[in-house]
Design a protein around this ligand. Sequence first.
Ligand code: HSE
Length: 446
Amino acid sequence: MARLPIWPTQNDFPMTKGALKIAIAGLGTVGGGVVKTLASRHDALAAQAGRKLEIVAVSARDSNKKRDFSVGSLLSDPLALASSDADVVVELIGGEEGIARKLVETALQNGKHVVTANKALLARHGKRLAEMAEAKNLQLKFEAAVAGGIPIVTTLREALIAHGVDAVKGILNGTCNYILTEMEVSGRGFADVLKEAQAKGYAEADPTLDIGGGDTAHKLALLSSLAFGTAPDLLNMRVEGISHITAEDIGFASEFGFRIKLLGVARQTYDENGAALGIDQRVRPAMVRARTPLANVDGAANGVVVDAGEAGSFFFSGRGAGEAPTASAVVSDLVEIARGSFGPVFGRPAAGLKNLVPAESGASAWYLRFDVLDVPGVLAEIAGRLSDANVSIESMIQRGRAPGEHVSIVMITHESPQDAVERALKAVAASDKVRARPCMIPMEAA
Ligand code: HSE
C-alpha cells in the first residue's frame, strides 16, 4: 500500500504564488546582512514562505563603497523604491523624520508593505503610520526595531496575548550594557570606557542617543504599545542615561549583591481593588539583584523579561544589534509578508490604540550615594533630611578617609516613593557639607 507523506517536504511544498518582490533602502550593516541572508538562504526561505523572495531594487547613499556582496545596480534616491514594482519596501535608513519617514509614507500610499528597523520613526509616528497601513490592508512590520535578533515584537503581538501583560522590562541598548559591563570588569570610569568602546567600534562617534537613554526609550515605547494596547508614547516616559554612573557606584552595587543595568521598564499599575490605573514607563539605571536573569546579560547583549499574568514570567536574551541578528529579524518579517499572514501592526487595530494614561512613579527601595566632607554632623544632617521626608534607611556604608577629606556615604532605603526621596535629596544637596549632586538608583525587585 502506498504511504502518503504526512506533510510535504521542503522540495514538495507547492509554490502557488509568484515571488515576493523586495526593495531595500540602505545598505549598511543591516541592509548588507539582509541581502546576504536572502541570497545564502534563498531555497530554504522560499520553501518556508511558499514562494521565492527576490530583491528587485536597492538604494544606498554611497554607490562606490566596497562591499563583500553584489546586488546589481544601486539607486541613489531611496524614494524611487516607493514607485518601483516591489511588493514590499525595507526601510533601513533610520531617523524619525526626513527621508526615512517620507519613504515609509510614500511606500504605504503606493500600496507597498513596509518592513523597518526604525524605532525612532515608529516611537514618534507609529500610530499614524499603522493607521495608514491598515487602511490599505498593508503590513508595517518592525521586528528588527527592538532588541535586534530577539523576537520580542512577535512574541508580544502574537504569542503572549491570552492573559495580557503586567510588565515588560529590558536591557535594550547593547552599547550601554557593554560600557557598564566593562566598567565593572575593569574598575575603570565611564569616560575612559566610552572612549575605548568608540575606538573599538562598539559605540558611535556621537553616542548621545545610546548613553542618554534615547535609543532605549524608542524601543520601550514600542514594547509598551504592544503590551498594553496604547499608542507609542515618548512624552509620558522618564528617561535617564548612564553617564553619571561611577566605578564607585558599580563597586558598591557589587558589595550589596547587585549589578547596575540600564533598564527600560513599562508596567501596568493597579489600585487596591485591582482596577487598572495607568502605565508607568521609565528608562534609567537600576540595581538588579545579582544572579537574576537580567543581571546576567553581559556585554553588548540584550535581555527582556515579560510578566504575562497567569501565563507566567518569560525571559529572552540574545544579540541586540549587528549584521546577522538584525537581518534575522528583517528576513522573518519578509517571510511573514510572503506567507500573507496579516494582523494589525501593534497587535490591535491602530484606530483603537488608546492614549497612554501615565501612572504615578512607583515606590521602590533606593541606593543613595552622597559625596560629602568628612566633618562632624554631616551624617546626622543627611539622616535628618531623609527622616523629614519620611524615608527610612535600611543599611549604610561609609568609606573612611583622613578626617576633613571628602568621603562617600552610601545608603539603601526601605521602599519609599520617588518624590519623597527626591525631596530629601534636594534638601541634602543644599548643604555646604555636600560636594556634588547625590546619586539615586532604584533597586529593581527581581
Ligand atoms: N545602538 C543600539 C545599541 C543598537 O547599542 O544597542 C541599535 O538600536
